[in-house]
Design a protein around this ligand. Structure first.
Ligand code: PLP
Length: 397
């Protein structure tokens, strides 16, 4: 059995998304800035895609900027808000300690320039409150940037309430909605969002394409200089096959969110219950207030990387919260942010499901994780210390 359970990292492209891009590689391959027919056809397809994306997001087509993905959209949103703020002398930015690195590293860069970055503490259930945001906003706050749903633990933030607080206080509000779009309902108007980032490859679209939504009147700062594409705010010949394909995937992913949740929730909860039955394990993040497909656990006495490699041997593609990809031995900043101690933050596992997961696959994943955790614990001197009482347990049995 081969199970792909890392959909929070990226997803398989849907057939619709693949088919949607083909005509724009084979036939309508013109440059949308060219004046002859094939260029103008490309231009029309580009603007059609923009209009269709605006319908899904409930905004105006002129508020949509196509980017190279979620990271670029996050960078541009935050830098733009910072430039708007500093012109008025406002250099205070509010965010959280468990944002994606595309946000956190951009904020770090601004901090070196003299911005004051305030990262709100995340509650141990992986959620922050609108109240925390309200209390943190000051006269000189230039931006609040808070993710819609966390990519590692899957918890969902009260974005509508946070948006309302920001609107009342007249502070710009950006949300990284990369993990939320196509998984739960997102509505720019309802949620009082000023800027939003999304990425196609997280909802069965292609890699290397995304959207920055910026409300009318917000002056964007270019991250990429050059031609006058995207109304002068994002240079570079448009990735038309990617854009058309992304919009097809966006429409598919958002058209039946209730059906998606109805199918995934029981399977997700069965997976949670199964992993919960492993001694000295704990779910990371709130049990209910989470994405329909994301499950993240910590297991005492285990290192995440070895868990991932052994699960791979059993045919399961999963990921660990620990930052192995960056070559660092530091545990995940998200797990530390929710208060997990170092030693258990190292032993984390994220399984992120897609809509076509079956109950049989869920059973297989539970069984495999149980076997692998037991195997690793039996080899671990650290675990021996725990069961001999030489070290205290972090979790209850
Ligand atoms: C994947 C992801 C990103 C980055 O998107 P890319 O398109 O890969 O650049 C940003 N934020 C979150 C929450 C993500 O999950």
């Amino acid at each position: 059995m081969r199970i792909y359970a890392d959909n929070a990292a990226t997803t398989k492209m849907s057939n619709n998304a693949i088919n949607a891009m083909l005509p724009y590689m084979r036939e309508v391959y013109g440059n949308p800035s060219s004046l002859y027919e094939i260029g103008q056809k490309a231009k029309k397809a580009l603007e059609d895609a923009r209009r269709r994306a605006a319908v899904v997001l409930n905004c105006d087509a002129k508020e949509i900027y196509f980017t190279s993905g979620g990271s670029e959209a996050d960078n541009q949103a935050i830098i733009s808000a910072a430039r708007i703020g500093e012109k008025k002398g406002n250099k205070h930015i509010i965010s959280t300690s468990f944002e994606h690195h595309a946000v956190l590293h951009t904020l770090k860069k601004l901090e070196k320039e003299g911005f004051e970055i305030e990262l709100l503490d995340v509650h141990s259930n992986g959620v922050i409150s609108a109240r925390q945001v309200k209390d943190a906003i000051r006269e000189d706050t230039a931006l609040v940037t808070i993710m819609y749903a966390n990519n590692e633990i899957g918890t969902v933030q009260p974005i509508k309430e946070i948006g309302t607080v920001c609107r009342e206080k007249n502070v710009l509000f950006h949300t990284d909605a990369v993990q939320a779009i196509g998984h739960i309902s997102v509505d720019i108007d309802r949620d009082n969002i000023d800027m939003l980032s999304l990425s196609a490859h997280k909802f069965h679209g292609p890699k290397g394409v995304g959207i920055l939504y910026a409300k009318k009147g917000i002056l964007l700062t270019n991250i990429i200089e050059g031609g006058a594409q995207e109304r002068g705010k994002r240079a570079g010949t448009e990735n038309l096959p990617g854009i058309v394909s992304m919009v097809a995937a966006l429409e598919d992913a958002t058209k039946d969110l209730d059906g998606y949740a109805a199918k995934l929730l029981p399977l997700r909860d069965k997976l949670i219950a199964g992993l919960d039955s492993i001694p000295y394990s704990e779910l990371n993040g709130d049990r209910d207030n989470r994405l329909p497909g994301t499950v993240n656990f910590c297991f005492e006495g285990i290192v995440g990387e070895s868990l991932i490699l052994l699960l791979d041997n059993k045919g399961i593609s999963a990921s660990s919260g620990s930052a192995c990809a960056s070559g660092s031995l530091d545990p995940s900043h998200v797990l530390l942010a929710i208060g997990r101690p170092y030693e258990v933050a190292h032993g984390s596992l994220r399984l992120s499901l897609s809509e076509d997961v079956t109950e049989e696959e869920i059973d297989y994943m539970i069984q495999s994780v149980k076997e692998v955790v037991e195997y690793l614990r039996n080899m671990s001197p650290f675990w021996r210390d725990l069961i001999n009482g030489k070290r205290p347990h972090v979790f209850e049995e």
